[in-house]
Write a protein that binds this ligand. Sequence first.
Ligand SMILES: [Zn+2]
Length: 128
Amino acid sequence: MKNITILLLLITALIILIEPLPLRQIRGYYHQSMNPGYGHCYRCLEPWSNAKGHYTQYAEYKFTDEPYSGIRKYSVGCFSLCERCWSELTPRKRLPYYKKLYDDWDDIKVTPEHKDWNLIEKAVLEGK
Ligand SMILES: [Zn+2]
């Protein structure tokens, strides 16, 4: 009986240390309910109020704002994964999460020239 208790404690500690994805998703879903209005990681479901999103830049535009500072740049990017999930996946395994974000953009307003799946896919596969 004592051995079983120790074994269960070890398994519990291991699960807490490893934090398997389903456990993180349950926590993320719970945190979403506590932080309405925030977007979230498409993999672990943690809201951006609690997790740092990995910014993937997929375009850069230049424009002039003379007579102020001349040529200026602004980047266009998105984040569908938190830093942790992003680092756990290969570029190819990240793609479905970016595609899901891209597909969800139909429901919100995204400037048409910024909604370019080919640019996003290329940036993701390049490891950005
Ligand atoms: Zn995540």
